[in-house]
Design a protein around this ligand. Structure first.
Ligand code: AMP
Length: 215
């Protein structure tokens, strides 16, 4: 499958993407994960992106498009991909449209995972993430804690609260989402392949997407 997963931070895009990869071997492409990996590795990209990310601001479109242009041409994308956290702005969506045209790739649909704001706020404040950039497993202190406190079940690395998941950064990320990313719903509506799914349960979202795609 070739999907764009839209939705506010904390809507469950990452969790849904991971569940969908298990269905047909499509790969999850999370620009947030790629950027956090670059920050940890101290690459040029990471150095450029770090300050924006800490504040909860978007990284410039040109950096993101550079990442995506390379990533979409890697061989593992041939089976399909789930775009998680990209595009985030109208210029990114326009640039993606051109890039997909150039690469002769057709998307199945854009899915908006729609979750009430109070659920999002609660989820983000209680979310914890594995600090290993190759893992980045997601936990929740209330609903899905790691078996051993602070240690990732999958790889044994520390499980941390992300720097952009303080109350201040979270509320800034949600404002940024409303201002810059929410207009993409109208963009993909016009493109004719937008589907909105209520997202309080990731299982239900995955089921709705699978049935829409006839899987
Ligand atoms: P995420 O893990 O998707 O919540 O992304 C974490 C942070 O990475 C965001 O708050 C942005 O600073 C940055 N980021 C991730 N994806 C993008 C994107 N498509 N465009 C701009 N910035 C992004």
């Amino acid at each position: 499958m070739k999907l764009i997963l839209l939705g506010a931070p904390g809507a469950g895009k990452g969790t849904v993407a991971k569940m969908l990869t298990a269905i047909d071997g499509s790969v999850q492409i999370s620009t947030g994960d790629i950027l956090r990996g670059a920050v940890q590795a101290g690459t040029e990209l990471g150095k450029e992106a770090e300050a924006y990310m800490k504040r909860g601001d978007l990284v410039p479109d040109s950096l993101i498009m550079g990442i995506m242009e390379k990533r979409l041409q890697e061989p593992d994308c041939e089976k399909g991909f789930l775009l998680d956290g990209f595009p985030r702005t109208i210029p990114q969506a326009e640039a993606l449209k051109k890039l997909l045209h150039k690469l002769n790739i057709k998307l199945d649909m854009a899915v908006d995972i729609d979750v009430p704001r109070d659920v999002i706020l609660d989820r983000l404040c209680t979310r914890r993430t594995c600090n290993n950039s190759d893992c980045q497993a997601i936990y929740n202190v209330k609903s899905n804690p790691p078996k051993q406190e602070g240690i990732c079940d999958k790889c044994g690395s520390p499980v941390i609260q992300r720097e952009d998941e303080t109350e201040e950064a979270i509320s800034h990320r949600l404002e940024t989402y409303n201002e810059k990313t929410a207009p993409l719903l109208g963009f993909y509506e016009k493109e004719g392949f937008m589907k909105s799914v209520s997202g309080t349960s990731s299982d239900a979202v995955v089921e709705a997407i699978s049935s829409e795609l006839g899987l």
